[in-house]
Design a protein around this ligand. Structure first.
Ligand code: BTN
Length: 234
């Protein structure tokens, strides 16, 4: 059972856990109603208005080989939690959750290094539960409420966390292969043409597979490339 710390407002749950990493226990969760400086991937801003679910988890696993796969596990658990309400989400590699092309959840994952070694991970999810207006978040987005789901955000978070911690020990030990079938089932881009953008550079090809390491195998003219990170664009 995780220790859950609640704040009415914070700059960012992610920043809070990073700042208090040393004194907080493994598996501490921090959640808030609004963030004044919510952060997304690639230094983007994460608009965090009331009604949304914002939480971060601090992890200090014994084995740190598969940290990137823990982020993919969290995304999968958000899908599985939403499916309990008859929503059909899918995964946009590596860790976005979307419904019919609109973003339902984004996840930011930051490794913590101390004295030259990885000490742990702070991983945060922003889930559109019941915000009034998503028109200004900067990308097509949808909330559970708009999909007809009326759930208390605390209950939804607990559900996601329960699912996450059920599979956590196995993914820490063995990595993506533990969740690969479930992840691939929810990844609708296999066999399709996609682009992956990393910084300003984009590479286009056919999404061939997700490897046992959780990387994306992209078939481009002349070669298959293994993509480790980036933003998937259709
Ligand atoms: C993304 O899709 O770019 C990732 C967004 C992650 C947002 C969450 S909200 C809770 C936690 N605190 C933050 O500042 N960011 C993450």
């Amino acid at each position: 059972m995780s220790n859950i710390v609640y704040f009415e407002t914070l700059d960012s749950t992610q920043t809070y856990l990073k700042q208090h990493f040393n004194e907080l226990a493994d598996q501490t969760v921090v959640t808030t109603d609004t963030q004044t400086a919510g952060r997304g991937r690639f230094d983007r801003r994460w608009v965090s208005e009331p009604g949304g679910l914002y939480f971060s988890v601090l992890l200090k696993p014994q084995k740190t080989d598969f940290l990137a796969n823990l982020t993919q596990l969290l995304a999968l658990c958000v899908c599985q939690a939403a499916e309990q309400y008859a929503v059909q989400p899918n995964l946009k590699w590596p860790n976005d959750v979307q419904v019919a092309g609109k973003k339902l959840c984004g996840i930011l994952s930051e490794a913590i290094t101390q004295n030259g070694r990885v000490a742990g991970l702070v991983m945060g999810a922003g889930i559109n539960v019941a915000q009034k207006d998503l028109s200004h978040v900067g990308q097509p987005a949808v909330s559970l409420r708009e999909l007809g789901v009326h759930v208390a955000k605390e209950d939804f978070m607990q559900n996601v966390l329960d699912l996450f911690f059920q599979s956590y020990p196995a993914v820490v030990a063995e990595g993506f292969s533990v969740i690969r079938p479930a992840y691939k089932e929810r990844f609708p881009f296999l066999g399709k043409q996609i682009s992956i953008k990393n910084g300003t550079a984009a590479v286009t090809g056919i999404a061939q597979d997700l490897s046992p390491r959780g990387t994306l195998m992209l078939s481009t003219p002349g070669a298959t490339q293994e993509i480790l990170i980036g933003d998937l664009l259709v």
